[in-house]
Design a protein around this ligand. Structure first.
Ligand code: ZN
Length: 178
């Protein structure tokens, strides 16, 4: 398992709802947490590691020792959205890219946990932002799709650089014998 980077096509796929919570899924979730901590992230969606499940994980502290801050959202749906907030946002699939993104201020989300229990949460600030970011992932939507005007201009420039960088790397590989 590894974190996929833009423009990997899996990042644009719409995830399918989870129908069974078994040991295999629990193991995958554990591995996702390890990867997320290794990259110092606070959230990670299943399709970011190539799994087609409608599932994401969250630990707003990014601290592997804070186990009680670990949350798993299975088949999440955002029920209510209120107000707005704007802040710099990053994504583990876009290493080192940060841009201002406008989000809803407060949201109410319902989901299932790893024990199959349904829960409902109303959150604001960072928690709300992270849940909107991760739920977007499950629909194949990326934060670069939601940049505010200033962010959008910078994002385009950065993506151009990213593409130039990628094709340069490809050119190097092509030049390699064998
Ligand atoms: Zn992301």
């Amino acid at each position: 398992m590894q974190i996929l980077h833009y423009p990997h096509p899996a990042l644009r796929r719409k995830s399918t709802p989870v129908t069974r919570i078994d040991q295999e899924l629990r193991d995958a979730v554990r591995e996702m947490f390890e990867l997320m901590y290794a990259s110092e992230g606070i959230g990670l969606a299943a399709n970011q590691v190539g799994l087609p499940f409608r599932l994401f994980i969250l630990n707003l502290t990014a601290d592997p020792n804070e186990k009680d801050q670990e949350h798993v959202f299975i088949n999440p749906e955002i029920l209510k959205r209120k107000g707005t907030q704007e802040a710099e946002e990053g994504c583990l699939s876009f290493p080192k890219l940060y841009h201002p993104v406008k989000r809803f201020g407060q949201i109410t989300v319902e989901a299932f946990d790893l024990d199959g229990n349904g829960f409902e949460l109303t959150v604001d600030d960072l928690g709300s932002r992270a849940i909107q970011h991760e739920t977007d992932h499950l629909d194949g939507v990326l934060f670069i799709d939601r940049l505010t005007d200033v962010g959008q201009r910078r994002g385009r420039a950065n993506r151009r650089r990213l593409r130039v960088g990628l094709s340069a790397a490809a050119a190097v590989r092509r030049d390699c014998p064998g």
